[in-house]
Design a protein around this ligand. Sequence first.
Ligand SMILES: C[S@@+](CC[C@H](N)C(=O)[O-])C[C@H]1O[C@@H](n2cnc3c(N)ncnc32)[C@H](O)[C@@H]1O
Length: 566
Amino acid sequence: METSGKCAVCDAECKLKCTACKCVSYCGIEHQKKDWKTHKLECRPLEIAHSDELGRYVRASRDIKAKSVIFTEAPLIAGPKWCMDDYERQEPIFPCVGCFRPVRIGDLGCPKCNWPICSPTCEGLENPQFHGLECAVLRTARPIQDKSNIKSLLDHYRSEALLTLRCVLLQLKYPQKWKQLLELESHEEDRKGTKYFEEAEQRIVSYLKANYLDKINAESLKTEGRNLIPNCESKDLHRLCGIMEVNALNVNLPTGVEICALYPTACLLEHSCMPNCFYTFDFTKHYKITMIAGRDIKKGENLSIMYTHMLWGTQMRHEHLMTNKYFVCKCPRCADPTELGTYISALKCIGPEEEIACGGTLLPKDPHDDDTEWFCDKCPVRIANNQVKFLLSNIEEEVDALMFERETTVKQLEDLIEKLKQFLHPNHFHIFSLKHSLIQRYGTQIGYSSAELSEEMLKRKIDMCNELLSIVDVIDPYAIRLSLYTGIILYELQLATVEYEKRKITAAKENNEPYDYEELYNAEGYLRRAKCVLENNVDIPQGKKFIEAVVRSSENLETLFEQIKL
Ligand SMILES: C[S@@+](CC[C@H](N)C(=O)[O-])C[C@H]1O[C@@H](n2cnc3c(N)ncnc32)[C@H](O)[C@@H]1O
């Protein structure tokens, strides 16, 4: 492909580009060879393109093999979570301004600005990409009067405003990063008047201006005749909030703290409900992101990640993408009322008359339309979307209440599943999450240990695992996004299968009958697959825990095989 540019070696106008990444130009083969040692470190199998529908997007510039690293990059900026719920704002735990380690607000403060820190020797305090620059701004605020009042402390030290401040300050020391940041999509016009805009106004924009930025600039205007920090009018700060809303990736640290980061290339990947890439973060190297191919990707294919939750139904995903990212996803799953035959959003029809259930399934006519009708595939029943929404919001409350309980019991989960089956398709995402919890309790909860489970219960667990597997295999066939969920299902399926088979082995021995190994070989296969899909989760505590459990189960199964063969 030929496009004009300047030679990376001699700066001459030229038309040849590196054929692999198409990002760097050369005047000829000689200079390309000369530059290869440097360029190969950043030569990436991608190119950035533009369309009216997507804005900028990224596509593969050559075939990419599954599981290969597509690129690694450092963030433009990282900071504490910028968009919080009310309950999060009341938490007295604060991410250290230097390194995000969780600390108690009011305990220890930065020696210069007094914002919460983990230790006066924390490395991030001097680092301009973390607290180094902002410290000079934060110390200009009036000191807090009542340090014993947690509420005033939380209002004075607003961690949610720091990322916006860090973005603004980028221009002072990192002009190239600032330029890249401003090139990111902000949907600033679409945001105006939304509740997110209003919230950002109250919690971030007016707070930063009133307490820090306006004062600093008024002072510098007086003494130096210029704004010390340019581009920090309300509209500029709102644009930055828009950039964060549309692009920021959440980074869940092993400490449980959630932070947000913006990346120059990773933030350009488009959304798909069936993405072909996934990413991991390096917590030791300042939150570098690594983008990995989730499956084989063909040259010319767009690279995609998932911006929303894969286990939500289309209407919830649609609402999230519309209100936070301002677009309608047109992927095959979103366009199909059955969601690729999984029926993950489907309801049960109660029939035209209350007493006679028709056994049919209710589906939305147009999953994207807020006024859509839901129709039954067996009888003439039609339901308005508002009614469905009302039913689902009540169900969601009930499911959440149970899931957030400290010790949810098997009985509670079984009862709620039975109750919800009257209204929801058995594959519905609410039932999916309850069943996913339940399979992990069969075999572990007091009174339900493996040995205590009846044959019928073991069978039920096996069936449930297979049902869940059949859903994830359709919506995430390469376990790109649901790898942990899938790994857990496979692990639990194997546990129940082995326990069931052990009993069959004992019975076969007692009756002097031959034993058929098939199911045990299947269990071996579940473990192999679990190991493979969990690979992506080595860096997260829950993933690590399950990988270790899978390894232990493999050893146990090997021992069992040896014992039977004796
Ligand atoms: C994280 S940004 C991606 C980069 C962006 N296209 C740009 O030009 O900077 C997200 C925005 O890209 C667009 N986008 C991403 N995926 C899309 C999709 N599947 N369909 C339509 N627009 C999409 C939307 O405007 C969305 O708000």
